[in-house]
Design a protein around this ligand. Structure first.
Ligand code: AHM
Ligand code: MG
Length: 316
């Protein structure tokens, strides 16, 4: 894994007056992100290279291979282990949080490789992360409103870092030659409205009546649909172009599929910081939910303010 400091990213964060500890945590995530990207690019290229699939799966040479989600999780953990400000790490890949340093000021929560089933088809995937303050004793179950920073790394046709630290949303592009993240856009603003929805419509018969009513409305109102099936890619498109991303409750998954702490909260923070909205539906804003469990799931409706509102009016 590359261990150098992303200097340009560091400089921007310092010039914004961010706390040194917070900068350290963000740089650790950024470093892990470029390490994950390097690993993704090597997949299948050499004997023993990682692939997605069961850990028991073997490559054509008969060697056992590692799941990329597990590797991504380990890269994040080792980057944080070198970071004095990190108090604990919680991940979608781990049953329990990992304690790091008793005097660390921040907690990192992450989905190390979101949308990993898309890797087999070389479609975009991402790392989603959330940074919370670490009061003593460390408290992982804080509402998303308390996040100090959140964002994602998108492994797509370019490697992007989208970051919100409480004063808007910045987009950085990773320069592979300089091993650094360069600021490409500041103060991203999600368009207030755009007739586009993004959800897995195959679950139509499993959605509650309100979502079905919304879809009937959208079909009659000239909406378009886009769905990659990687939350990072779908949310990133929503952030730049507008529209609404939904992963509602279904009959089989009454709380939806997405995790509150690793996926919904960081994406909701980014979306609100960009002037958009993020709701659970009848439960109100995602960021106001008080979590009761580390791996808790939540329905997600986020994107352009007017489009989120439109969905909510149909939920009754
Ligand atoms: P994962 O964390 O196991 O990768 O699952 C989350 C992913 C999201 O990226 C995406 O929005 C969703 O699952 C897609 O689910 P579905 O296939 O049910 O539409
Ligand atoms: Mg995920």
């Amino acid at each position: 894994m590359q261990q150098s400091t992303p200097r340009a990213l560091n400089e921007v964060l310092r010039s914004r007056g961010e706390a040194a500890g917070l900068i350290g945590v963000i740089l650790a995530v950024a470093r892990a992100g470029s390490g994950i990207a390097a690993t993704l690019r090597r997949a299948r290229l050499e004997p023993g290279a990682p692939v997605v699939g069961a850990l028991e799966r073997r490559n054509v040479q008969g060697e056992q291979q590692q799941q990329l989600d597990v590797i991504a999780d380990e890269l994040l953990l080792s980057a944080l282990e070198a970071c004095p400000a990190a108090r604990a790490y919680a991940s979608e890949e781990r049953e329990q949080a990992v304690a790091l340093r008793d005097d660390g000021d921040y907690l990192l929560l992450a989905d190390p490789l979101d949308g990993s089933s898309n890797i087999d088809v070389a479609a975009p995937v991402g790392t989603i992360f959330s940074v919370l303050p670490a009061p003593a004793p460390a408290a992982l179950l804080q509402p998303g409103r308390r996040q100090r920073a959140a964002g994602y790394v998108l492994y797509g046709s370019s490697l992007l870092l989208v970051l919100a630290t409480g004063a808007g949303v910045d987009l950085y592009v990773y320069d592979f030659e300089r091993d650094d993240y360069l600021l490409a856009e500041s103060q991203l603003a999600v368009p207030a409205r755009h007739k586009l929805y993004s959800l897995n419509e195959a679950y139509h018969n499993d959605f509650e009546a309100g979502i079905a009513r919304y879809l009937d409305f959208a079909h009659g109102a000239g909406y378009s649909a886009r769905y990659v099936g990687s939350m990072v890619a779908d949310v990133h498109r929503t952030l730049l172009k507008g529209g609404v991303f939904l992963y509602p409750a279904t009959r089989r998954a009454p709380q939806g599929k997405l995790r509150l702490l690793y996926e919904a909260n960081p994406m909701a923070f980014v979306m609100e910081q960009a002037g958009g909205a993020a709701s659970t539906g009848p439960g109100g804003p995602i960021l106001d939910v008080t979590p009761h469990a580390l791996h808790q799931r939540t329905p997600v409706i986020l994107g352009s303010t007017a489009e989120v509102e439109q969905v909510l009016t149909h939920l009754g």
